[in-house]
Design a protein. Structure first.
Ligand SMILES: *[C@@H]1O[C@H](CO)[C@@H](O)[C@H](O)[C@H]1NC(C)=O
Ligand SMILES: *[C@@H]1O[C@H](CO)[C@@H](O)[C@H](O)[C@H]1NC(C)=O
Ligand SMILES: *[C@@H]1O[C@H](CO)[C@@H](O)[C@H](O)[C@H]1NC(C)=O
Length: 385
């Protein structure tokens, strides 16, 4: 008996009550499936198809009012960081998918580690191809190789591009390059328990030795972005940051890579899978890390110009997130969950000991595409130039 006796009595009354109940349940289920937003499809990563980006089909695939920056002319200014490598391979994949042309160096991924870009630098095809074109003869869609930032010259080769870069927290950066370039061996301080600590006791003395990649160990990120003044006077540094603010369209922050990528996606009107990536390996061994807060502060003081740069663009990232609007959190959540799902689908579960990233044997095309190293991608792209 579900109908209170006060309102009705008898067999018919109960049947009517059941009918109303069934209709209500049916309506609820019906409305729920129709009104609820569609779940993202699980199988959203299929074959990698290529298609040319033109303003018109870009408008079609984009929601109205988004995509304020060009994605068919792109420059990523490389800093020496893993996070920047990750975004650079994204740019490579994006260029491949949309059949964009790349300005590349003799050694594809590297035009120069320590020289600023000039329009007549080297050739634009890999060595194994006989006919070397000069930069001055042609214009390109993308620049994603290592070379120091120099906007007027880059603009001559990759006109009207969107400029992006990725920077990381300076104390992390120092540990990373210290490890990457085996600075302890170059400086013969590898016998110390923590060579990084040894280096930080007298950094200027070591820098003066001009060892391999020395320029990466003192405000290396600002160096990559084209800063020349080795005195690091505060007014000059501040002026450079103001210039960069004007010259770069968006600076991603390595510590907030996913947040940055979600903003980038909107600015360039990308698809979710364009900003996918596989995990970043932890490559800094114990003995090349800072161990105390005091040492971290010392590293930040030593890289005071980079610290200023970092603080500035970390601030602008959060301003951009504010401008993005209230959908940011749910978009970020969507990105993070699909990234995690992709990792689960693509990768063999990692053990705590072995940090290696391995593809599952049956991983799909998209996993394989993401798994390709920068070198392998350059080979594919080089053959298409
Ligand atoms: C985009 O804007 C145009 C004109 O303002 C409008 O007609 C169209 O329906 C909009 N499209 C979408 C997908 O919102
Ligand atoms: C770049 O932009 C300028 C100004 O908008 C335009 O005049 C010029 O034709 C563009 N160049 C190319 C190669 O698209
Ligand atoms: C970056 O800026 C945010 C917001 O101001 C702040 O909470 C965060 O601590 C900063 N991150 C770093 C690593 O400085």
């Amino acid at each position: 008996m579900i109908w209170p006796e006060r309102y009705c009595r008898g067999r018919w009354c109960n049947i009517r009550a059941y009918v109303i109940l069934i209709v209500a349940i049916w309506l609820f289920v019906f409305l729920d499936t129709w009104i609820r937003p569609k779940q993202p499809e699980r199988q959203q990563f299929g074959n990698i198809k290529t298609q040319r980006v033109t303003p018109t089909n870009k408008e079609m695939t984009c929601m109205n009012g988004t995509g304020e920056l060009s994605s068919s002319q792109l420059v990523i200014t490389r800093t020496h960081t893993q996070q920047c490598d990750i975004v650079a391979t994204m740019v490579q994949r994006y260029g491949y998918k949309h059949q964009l042309s790349f300005a590349i160096g003799q050694d594809t991924s590297v035009i120069s580690h320590d020289e600023k870009f000039r329009r007549n630098m080297g050739s634009v095809v890999p060595r194994h191809q006989p006919k070397a074109l000069q930069y001055t003869k042609k214009q390109y869609n993308v620049l994603a190789s290592y070379v120091r930032f120099n906007k007027p010259e880059i603009n001559a080769v990759v006109p009207n591009a969107t400029y992006i870069t990725v920077i990381v927290e300076p104390s992390y950066h120092l540990q990373y390059v210290f490890n990457l370039y085996s600075v302890d061996r170059s400086l013969h301080i590898n016998k110390y328990r923590n060579p990084l600590e040894k280096f930080m006791e007298t950094p200027q003395m070591y820098i003066d030795k001009r060892f391999k990649f020395w320029f990466q160990l003192h405000n290396g990120q600002l160096f990559d972005l084209g800063f020349d003044d080795s005195e690091y006077r505060l007014d000059r540094v501040k002026q450079k940051i103001v210039e960069l603010e004007r010259e770069l369209d968006f600076v991603l922050i390595g510590e907030y890579l996913d947040e940055s990528l979600v903003v980038l996606k909107k600015k360039l009107c990308l698809e979710w899978k364009d900003i996918m990536y596989l995990p970043i390996r932890n490559v800094i061994p114990e003995n090349r890390r800072y161990t105390t807060e005091t040492l971290r502060r010392q590293i930040l003081d030593w890289n005071a110009a980079d610290s200023l740069l970092y603080q500035h663009f970390n601030k602008t990232l959060w301003i951009e997130i504010g401008i993005y609007g209230p959908s940011f959190q749910s978009d970020l959540f969507h990105h993070k969950t699909s990234k995690q799902r992709l990792w689960d689908d693509c990768l063999v579960a990692r053990s705590a000991v072995n940090d290696d990233i391995k593809l599952k044997p049956n991983a799909g095309d998209f996993c394989n595409f993401l798994y390709r190293s920068e070198k392998e991608l350059w080979k594919v792209l080089g053959n298409k130039q």
